[in-house]
Write a protein that binds this ligand. Structure first.
Ligand SMILES: Cc1cc2nc3c(=O)[nH]c(=O)nc-3n(C[C@H](O)[C@H](O)[C@H](O)COP(=O)(O)OP(=O)(O)OC[C@H]3O[C@@H](n4cnc5c(N)ncnc54)[C@H](O)[C@@H]3O)c2cc1C
Length: 418
């Protein structure tokens, strides 16, 4: 039985481990933190499982707004200027990738199969792990101050429609009926019914890993530092405590994957798009739907811990300390979305988090065999859509390990594109 080492226990590593066990492999999971713990992006994200999220951050309509966002202290984007020299090559590629409508449309076409059916795929995984209640499928509500604001995003919604995304348009009154907690400043909405939610992604990932261990996987609390490769064949995964003999390995270490990928021949420009969340316990309101306000660029969602407000993109690198002002922005903005949210929240009711989206400049992940050693499979770089794409990516990684034809064309995700 081939021994496969899965590196990282965020959603991608956890789903990969479950799929590998289904195929009958012997599996070891390496994770220096807790599976689905606070160190991982999978813990603190916006919880949305959105097959509709096919528009990359690089879309022309998006990056044209960048100067305005940077100038606005309440805006959704921040760059730590001391980090700019290191960031510049990634930023240039990022801008190029979104320079034309054709490129954005190509990215959307490449992302759609990876996201399609995500709520259903996650539901099946959650059922297996005994946490079905964590996956819900009520749709996601996109709200706009006016219809004109929706029309200003015409390109993005047109490309979504071309990729099969459908929605219900909601008038002012219909919005109010569906979502009484919403501020009256939002007068137009879209309900994308195919989207879903994982109510507690950290608990979900932990449950998947627990399930994998119950199925025979070994969980080791340490990190991978490299590989021993002889004649392009993997011999072992190296850790600070020694070598783990392995026939195959899957790199699913999120924003930390690039150094491992480089050691097997692929130099991937992977950047952290740092994001934040605020969780307010007992918030006095309970939105029925996950809500994305167009002007806030954030997710407002109910979780078992309370109301979670997740968003922000901060480009500042992996080691920099969090700037909690970015989380305050989310909390302040939420009062524009939910007028009944208390203004003065005691510190005991508010929990803040910062995490690292693993982002390539073109908005597509790397999924496929490493150039220098095909026994090592890349499964990282999912940026803003990794929770959604995690279930399918796990299946694809297992297909590659097992030598099966993957169910979707993987060429857009090749690390060699860089
Ligand atoms: C604020 C915010 C909101 C978001 N909202 C959404 C959303 O609503 N929907 C959505 O689909 N996506 C969303 N995302 C993106 C999503 O969270 C990520 O794309 C996804 O969680 C990435 O999963 P991952 O498993 O690749 O990485 P991670 O979850 O980061 O896991 C990687 C794991 O690898 C471990 N690791 C690191 N180095 C090593 C090593 N050397 N050896 C072994 N292990 C290692 C880490 O400790 C970590 O646990 C959001 C992200 C953020 C930050």
């Amino acid at each position: 039985m081939p021994h496969v080492v899965v590196i990282g226990a965020g959603i991608v590593g956890a789903a990969t481990a479950v799929e590998l066990l289904r195929d009958g492999h012997q599996v070891t999971i390496l994770e220096p933190g807790e599976p689905g713990g606070e160190q991982s992006a999978s813990y603190g994200n916006g919880t949305q499982l959105n097959p509709s999220s096919v528009i990359p951050m690089t879309a022309p309509g998006v990056w044209r707004k960048v100067p305005g966002w940077l100038a606005d202290p309440l805006g959704p984007l921040a760059i730590r200027w001391s980090y700019l020299p290191a960031l510049l090559p990634w930023l240039m590629r990022f801008l190029r990738a979104g320079a034309t409508e054709e490129r954005v449309a190509a990215t959307a076409r490449a992302l759609r199969p990876l996201l399609l059916d995500a709520p259903e795929r996650h539901r099946r995984l959650a059922d297996e792990a005994g946490v079905s209640e964590l996956i819900t499928r009520q749709g996601v509500l996109y709200v706009f101050p006016t219809r004109v604001d929706f029309e200003a995003e015409e390109l993005a919604w047109r490309i979504r429609r071309e990729n099969g995304v459908r929605w219900l348009e909601l008038s002012d009154d219909e919005l109010r009926q569906r979502e009484p907690s919403l501020s009256r400043r939002y007068t137009f909405g879209l309900l994308v019914e195919e989207n879903g939610q994982c109510r507690d992604p950290g608990a979900y990932v932990a449950a998947l890993v627990q399930h994998a261990v119950a199925q025979g996987a070994t969980l080791r609390q340490e990190k991978a530092v490299g590989f021993r490769v002889e004649g392009r064949r993997l011999q072992a995964v190296r850790t600070p405590s020694g070598e783990i003999p392995a026939d195959r390995a899957v790199i699913a270490a999120g924003a930390w994957s690039h150094t491992l990928a480089a050691s097997v021949g692929d130099r991937v420009p992977l950047e952290t798009e740092r994001g934040y969340h605020v969780v307010i316990t007992d918030p006095d309101i309970e939105p029925r739907y996950p809500i994305s306000p167009s002007d806030g660029k954030m997710a407002c969602v109910m979780t078992p811990q309370g109301l979670r407000l997740a968003g922000q993109v901060e480009l500042a690198g992996l080691p920099a300390a969090p700037n909690w002002r970015r989380a305050d922005v989310l909390r302040d903005f939420a009062r524009r979305v939910f007028p009944d949210l208390p203004a003065d929240l005691p510190a005991s009711k508010v929990k803040l988090w910062m995490g690292h989206r693993p982002s390539t400049p073109d908005g597509l992940p790397c999924i496929g065999p490493a150039s220098g050693c095909p026994d090592v499979i890349h499964a990282f770089g999912h940026g803003h859509v990794g929770l959604t794409a995690g279930a399918t990516t796990g299946r694809l990684a297992a297909d590659l390990v097992s030598g099966r034809q993957p169910e979707i064309n993987l060429s857009p995700y090749s690390a060699a594109r860089f």
